[in-house]
Design a protein around this ligand. Structure first.
Ligand code: PHE
Ligand code: ZN
Length: 885
């Protein structure tokens, strides 16, 4: 095995063993130099009372470390006392308790994987989750080993005036030769994946927050020099998150200082290191002229997410990485709740649901399908997935629905009370809720163990003579890799019944199961627990129209035979605003899929009048808020449609989608134009202004889809006159995704304005990479040569290659296979420099079996070629080998 190459073996959840040793205290000295870094570590080790086996050796994790010295209890350890293996340091015959001192040398400057200690521009920073700490020093790199840390950092004072660590500051001073030091003490025991340090020269925004018990906390945000005018929103978001967690969960911050550092080179969104969060610049920097409203929301949500981890993740952490959803599903749920409270709850909810229905459903029906608590993995980094995160959050949301807000809070209180300071499992989490509410949640736990998306078939019957309405729900879940048969899930199924006037009927139902209570109200959560179950509603005076799975109360696929008219009625009347959106999506998706069928059959594609009438009514409905109206008018994209069909005929879907969009735009041109003129031009940062912008820009996008010359003019004018990035970028996007004669001019103008703003240039790359144009691939190839592109920078890779492969179906799936070839080559390159990112890129091929035979063959060819490549990382190997199976 080559140096630093890690084996491609599978790890199993069932094989969990407690660690043979614990590390109570860690004392580190980190010396940073231009050519290398030296890490001195002193670990206080002792036998773990929970470990029952014999202990002949202690295996510490360590990768790409050069060991300089090693001592046990301050005595240099002779060569016979230890062994250096490829990824381990083995101590022979360890005592019951002892201190281990090691000195290692590492090369952060050469670290392109961005795991462990690395350089981003001129700054040093770290990323240790999941298993990056072993690239800094020898350690028991597993989350159930929790330690108190003292860390001293030394570096050149001029180049690195800021030396930051976890916990509270514990001293600083000068050193000879222009160097200086700072010491940090973190009193709260933590797993090593939450370790962080930063050294660099930053601009700093400072503020403070006083917690509910009166404890002052210093808040600090560190950004690249010159970016101070892009930090205010992040700081506001921190304070809102701190206050919200106190109000809603009673959770208070626990250190004297909370720091955020923004770096340009980061594999993910951000990281919740204790007291020292490290963020991708994308989730910190924002001002009116650099960030869109969606970017603002993203910053607020991610800042909140990382802050909320302090309790859900840090104080109570995961026993092992199979339990990742313990912290991620829960923390995503908390950040979603927070965002719903900060803005429009319906809009936030439907945006989150869209992620489940596209990305998560796709993952759940493909070769990488896994339960939210996986049973095995080759490379943990591959399991930071939309299933663990977003479906994990849906599972927590179902628990919240079943227990009610108060019951859920009781369960959370019990969880913190019981497990603060511990590393625990998903079962522990559910048990705390079961105990606090005296509920049996055994069946509910299947959501943690079974993969796949349940399908619910609904049929109904109205018995007029007895005024009785019966809903029959049947659930089944398709097989997934390694799981043929599934047991029924416990599904909270929220419904309402509409009368002829569109009002909710009073519900009066009693399930046939003795243990269900009767529910009276206008909305009910039906507890579906068996493969087939009937729910009977009495005293229903007329045949109702059911409004099903309100708020997407469970992550399932719903089947019920609505007519077009019924969907249009729901869209116009449902008291559940979420279900109005859902009805619109169903109606338009159906029409698009029909058009795709017509295209396949060589017939003329048609747009039924009922769709344009329904959309016209939305444009006219001034009762609805603007942001929601905008969402109602957004037509489903290919990613959404793909999940509704068995076999994907990509050419037909693209043709149908373009046809329907254009026809809607032509038919509604005048009302769209009127609406646009009425609401455009809002400049404030408040929700109402953002809602106006959303509606105006949705209208503008559709107007441009009509290909009318006047629409191109409107977009061009907005591009130049815009007072916010939201408006400017919406105009750019409309033009860049059209065949407007001034398209290239618009793109050129935009680069001219923003060539020095990295995050804005990312948008510029993405808007071209996702353009539904025949020339997309050539454009992407050209853009790779642009001076602002950098294949070593994850944001750029995401902006160009990921955007093209994951969000440009027409371009990536070109019939000649050139899109596949292009991406496979990029995967092979990235496999060397940044395997984690390479694995995300190659997942574009995962669903190859769902396309036509020719495309299947073309994709399979690329996957097989990748498998034979030498030096294939475990990351890419796992994804590719599972896909070709
Ligand atoms: N734990 C981070 C979060 O979701 C995500 C992350 C994982 C970042 C792994 C870096 C590496 O908040
Ligand atoms: Zn997280």
């Amino acid at each position: 095995m080559a140096k630093g190459e890690v084996s491609k073996t599978t790890k199993y959840r069932e094989q969990y063993q407690p660690s043979s040793y614990l590390i109570d205290r860690v004392d580190m000295l980190v010396e940073l130099f231009e050519s290398h870094a030296e890490i001195h570590s002193c670990l206080a080790l002792r036998r773990n009372p929970l470990f029952t086996g014999a202990v002949e050796e202690l295996r510490l994790d360590g990768e790409e470390l050069e060991l300089k010295s090693i001592a046990v209890n301050d005595q240099a350890l002779p060569l016979s006392g230890y062994e250096l293996q490829d990824a381990h340091l083995v101590i022979r015959q360890p005592a019951e308790s002892f201190t281990l001192k090691t000195v290692v040398q590492i090369k952060p400057q050469d670290n392109t994987r961005l795991e462990g200690l690395y350089k981003s521009g001129s700054k040093f920073c770290t990323q240790c989750e999941a298993e990056g700490f072993r690239r800094i020093t020898y350690f028991l790199d597993r989350p159930d080993v929790m330690s108190v840390y003292d860390v001293t950092i030394r570096a050149d004072k001029n180049a690195y005036p800021a030396l930051l660590g976890n916990g509270n500051p514990a001293g600083s001073g000068e050193l000879p030769e222009g160097r200086h030091w700072a010491r940090w003490h973190d009193p709260i025991p933590k797993p090593c994946y939450l370790f962080a340090l930063v050294a660099g020269d930053f601009d700093l925004l400072e503020d403070s927050f006083t917690t509910m018990s009166g404890h002052p906390v210093a808040l600090k945000i560190y950004v690249d020099k010159g970016k101070l005018d892009q930090c205010a929103h992040a700081m506001r978001s921190v304070k809102k998150a701190m206050q919200w967690d106190e109000e809603v969960y009673g959770r208070e911050y626990d250190l004297d200082i909370y720091q955020i550092v923004a770096v340009s080179d980061f594999n993910m969104g951000a990281m919740e290191n204790k007291g020292l969060n490290i963020f991708n610049t994308k989730y910190v920097l924002a001002n009116e002229m650099t960030a869109t409203d969606a970017d603002y929301d993203g910053v607020e949500a991610v800042i909140a997410h990382e802050y909320f981890h302090n309790w859900t993740g840090n104080r109570v952490t995961c026993r092992d990485w199979f339990q990742l959803s313990l912290k991620e599903g829960l923390t995503v749920f908390r950040d979603q709740q927070f965002s719903m409270d900060m803005g429009s709850p319906t809009v936030k909810r439907l945006d989150d649901v869209r992620v489940i229905r596209t990305a998560q459903f796709s993952e759940d029906s493909g070769p990488m399908a896994h339960p939210i608590r996986p049973d095995s993995y080759v490379e943990m980094n591959n399991f930071y997935t939309v299933t663990v995160y977003n479906k994990g959050a849906e599972v927590i949301r179902m628990l919240h629905t079943l227990l009610g807000a108060d019951g859920f809070r009781k369960g959370m209180d019990r969880y913190f009370e019981r497990h603060d300071g511990q590393a625990v499992t998903c079962d522990d989490f559910v048990q705390a809720h079961a105990d606090a509410n005296q509920r049996d949640l055994e069946q509910f736990k299947r959501w943690y163990s079974q993969a796949g998306t349940p399908v619910i078939n609904v049929s109904d019957h109205y018995d007029a003579a007895n005024q009785r309405y019966t809903l029959t729900l049947k659930q089944h879940c398709p097989a997934t890799p390694g799981q043929k048969e599934k047991q029924p899930f416990f599904i909270p199924f929220k419904i309402g019944l509409l009368d002829k006037a569109g009002n909710d009927l009073p519900l009066n139902w009693q399930s046939k199961d003795a243990d269900d209570q009767a529910i009276y109200g206008r909305e009910a959560v039906l507890p579906l627990q068996r493969a087939e179950q009937q729910f009977v509603f009495e005293h229903i005076g007329e045949k109702p129209l059911p409004s099903l799975l309100r708020d997407f109360s469970a992550p399932v696929k719903l089947r019920y035979d609505y007519s077009d008219e019924q969907l249009a009625f729901l869209l116009a009347n449902d008291s559940s605003l979420f279900n109005r959106w859902d009805a619109a999506q169903q109606l338009v998706s159906r029409v698009m899929l029909n058009a795709a069928e017509q295209f396949r059959a060589g017939e003329e594609m048609r747009l039924p009048a009922i769709v344009t009438e329904a959309l016209a009514a939305v444009l006219d409905n001034h009762q609805l808020d603007n942001a929601l109206r905008a969402r109602l008018l957004q037509l489903p994209d290919i990613g959404y449609l793909q999940e509704l069909v068995e076999k994907i005929d990509i050419d037909a879907l693209v043709a149908a989608q373009q046809f329907i969009k254009r026809r809607v735009a032509e038919t509604l041109y005048q009302p769209l134009r009127d609406c646009f003129q009425r609401v455009r031009g809002a400049t404030g940062l408040d929700g109402d202004s953002a809602g106006r912008r959303a509606l105006a820009n949705t209208c503008l996008g559709l107007l441009v889809d009509s290909t009318d010359a006047e629409a191109y003019q409107l977009a061009h004018a907005q591009l130049h006159e815009a007072k916010t990035m939201t408006d400017r970028f919406a105009a750019l996007r409309a033009l860049a995704h059209s065949a407007a004669p001034n398209r290239q001019q618009a793109l050129d103008d935009f680069t001219h304005w923003y060539v020095d703003e990295a995050l804005v240039m990312d948008k510029w790359f993405t808007v071209q990479a996702t353009a539904p144009l025949a020339s997309a691939l050539q454009e992407v190839q050209k853009l790779e040569q642009h001076s602002a592109f950098d294949a070593k920078n994850p944001n750029k890779v995401r902006a160009l290659w990921m955007a093209f492969s994951h969000a440009n179906p027409a371009g990536f799936h070109r019939a000649d296979g050139a899109g596949y070839q292009f991406i496979a080559e990029r995967v092979a390159r990235l496999n060397q420099s940044n395997p984690q990112l390479a694995a995300r890129l190659v997942s574009a091929f995962n669903r190859w079996k769902r396309y036509d035979d020719d495309r299947q063959q073309l994709m399979l060819k690329e996957l097989k070629a990748l498998l034979t490549q030498s030096g294939l990382s475990p990351d890419v190997f796992e994804i590719v080998s599972k896909s070709v199976e």
